[in-house]
Design a binder for this molecule. Structure first.
Ligand code: AMP
Ligand code: MG
Length: 521
């Protein structure tokens, strides 16, 4: 039912050792490794769009062969399981060899053509058992983190943010031990496996590892493979220019990605270089979070609570730092330092342009200065100081006719009373600018439409995902599908589903999974 052509295996050197034990692997990019069987696999959710893109019908998704393949209990013809090796900078430090410790590739699918163009997707099981890159960990994933990855990758896609996708979510029937609070109290939790897809899962860390080991020929092979298959329009460039031109494109797509994260209020939480996609996709959903009250200093990751390296407002700077690490790795090849510096500078210029465009759409303004100052900066200041919900604030802004409509975006009633006058003053300036910029009724209607396309009503708030997780732990998996369905239309009003657009309730303010998350997943 699926046609495979596994180019990564076919083209790049692999590890000769067929055994599955933790080790350093040099001179290769992958090791063959089979998933470990699970006790009682049950498909509990899948993405209808991803299944359709792969050419899979509902009946095929539910077939026992497919459920076995999606849980690691069997292989479909053409599947060749393997794990890849990469390195990475974690929290600013070089961490050496990492690799797919709990991800196992099934292969690369040649999917039905779209508009006459061939589509290919790698399939990867997350949580299917140990690999040579598992180090001391178990290669498994718990249900809560699998629900979060499944829902968020699809939610991001429907928001228009580049991302890896999730085909399926399977309960394994096995238990997995996790110390969720890192307090010595490990407890068994239900295990699960997500099958995720992307044109490629190649990360910055795939290039960093051979560069760190002085394996220049190996690094060159991967660069050539990446350009030939994923950036074919650059393949004809003279050798001396090709690498820098390609690196420049990675800088541009990464800048575009981060501007999109900032638009929707997404915080990745672990922006290590091993979690950075070479295609500018959101990858590796772990302790990510969505800002509720607008706060550039907020990080969802408990491990990051001290340094806040990966806080919402720091994401652009960290992405640039990560790109500099990739650039340094590529500079071990025969490239011009000047061309690489020019390429890296594209991050800053692209991000600057993109973020201005994105927020211009979110605010519905063509320019944002008035006699009193910068209207956008002033709004950010107000939102930060008064703990205003980012998503509700922007969604309200499109059609608000008077200031009291913003009351619903406040978390603390006291702050609303205190800041009402300030908000009213800001809103009066805003309304004046909007009217100046949109004098005709047609322009006003177009502005509302534009804003509603940039400001989602529904995002995967941390507490919403947690409610679906809690229900699943009680045996009710229907909430996962329901939430997925809401997140498929984030910009639509969806009458009857307003509950999913509510700001974080009080009970969720300090609850684990709703405000802070650990990496232990
Ligand atoms: P992350 O920061 O979560 O993307 O993970 C960093 C590294 O740890 C990657 O190489 C993962 O494959 C590995 N890793 C994380 N969790 C596990 C696990 N449960 N078993 C094996 N490897 C893991
Ligand atoms: Mg990772």
């Amino acid at each position: 039912m699926l046609k495979f052509d596994n180019r990564f295996l076919r083209t790049l050197p692999g590890d000769a050792n067929p055994r599955n034990h933790a080790r350093q692997v040099q001179g290769a990019f992958w090791s063959r490794v089979a998933p470990t069987s699970v006790a009682a696999p049950r498909l509990i959710a899948y993405s209808p769009e991803v299944a359709a893109a792969l050419g899979l019908s509902d009946a095929q998704m539910h077939s026992s062969e497919m459920v076995n393949a999606l849980s690691g209990n069997g292989m479909l013809p053409g599947m060749e399981p393997y794990a890849t090796v990469y390195g990475g900078h974690q929290f600013g430090n070089w961490a050496g060899q990492l690799g797919d410790g709990r991800a196992i590739f099934l292969g690369e699918v040649i999917a039905p053509r779209l508009g006459g163009v061939e589509q290919r997707y790698e399939l990867q099981l997350k949580g299917a058992g140990p690999t040579p890159y598992s180090r001391r960990a178990d290669g498994r994933a718990v249900l809560r983190s699998s629900i979060r990855e499944f829902l968020c990758s699809e939610a991001m896609h429907h928001l228009g943010v580049p991302t890896t996708r999730a085909l399926s979510l399977v309960l394994t029937g096995d238990e997995v031990e996790r110390d969720m609070f890192y307090d010595g109290n490990a407890a068994p939790e239900p295990g699960a496996i997500v099958c995720r897809t992307a044109p490629t899962f190649i990360r910055f860390g795939h290039f960093e590892l051979p560069a760190s080991r002085g394996e220049a020929a190996l690094l060159k092979q991967l660069v050539d493979f990446t350009i030939a298959n994923y950036f074919p329009h650059l393949a004809a460039l003279p050798e001396a220019e090709r690498v820098a031109a390609w690196f420049g494109e990675v800088c541009v797509s990464t800048a575009q990605l981060i501007a999109q994260w900032m638009r929707v209020g997404f915080v990745h939480g672990v922006m290590n270089t091993d979690n950075m996609s070479i295609l500018g996709l959101t990858i590796d959903y772990g302790p990510y979070g969505w800002v509720d009250n607008f706060d550039p200093g907020w990080t969802p990751n408990t491990t990051d609570a001290g340094g806040k390296r990966y806080a919402f407002g720091r994401q652009p700077g960290v992405a640039q730092w990560n790109l500099a690490r990739l650039g340094a790795a590529l500079s071990t090849l025969d490239v011009s330092a000047e061309a690489m510096a020019t390429a890296l500078a594209k991050f800053e210029s692209t991000y600057g342009t993109e973020i201005a465009r994105v927020f211009s759409e979110k605010f519905g303004l063509y320019q944002w200065a008035d006699a009193e100052g910068d209207l956008m900066d002033d709004a950010f200041m107000l939102m930060n100081d008064a703990e205003i919900d980012m998503t509700i604030f922007f969604r309200t802004l499109a059609t608000a006719s008077q200031v009291d409509e913003f009351a619903a975006a406040f978390y603390l009633p006291g702050q609303w009373t205190q800041s009402r006058e300030k908000i009213a003053a800001w809103f009066a300036r805003y309304t004046t600018l909007c009217t100046e910029q949109n004098p005709t009724p047609e322009q006003r209607a177009a502005r509302i439409k534009r804003m509603n396309e940039a400001n989602p009503k529904y995002v995967l708030r941390n507490y919403l995902a947690q409610q679906a997780i809690d229900a699943a732990h009680q045996g009710d998996t229907s909430k996962i599908t329901e939430l997925l369905d809401v997140m498929r239309y984030p910009y639509d009003e969806q009458p009857g589903r307003e509950a999913f657009a509510q700001k974080r309730p009080d009970w969720a303010r300090h609850k684990a999974g709703c405000s802070m998350l650990s990496c232990s997943s």
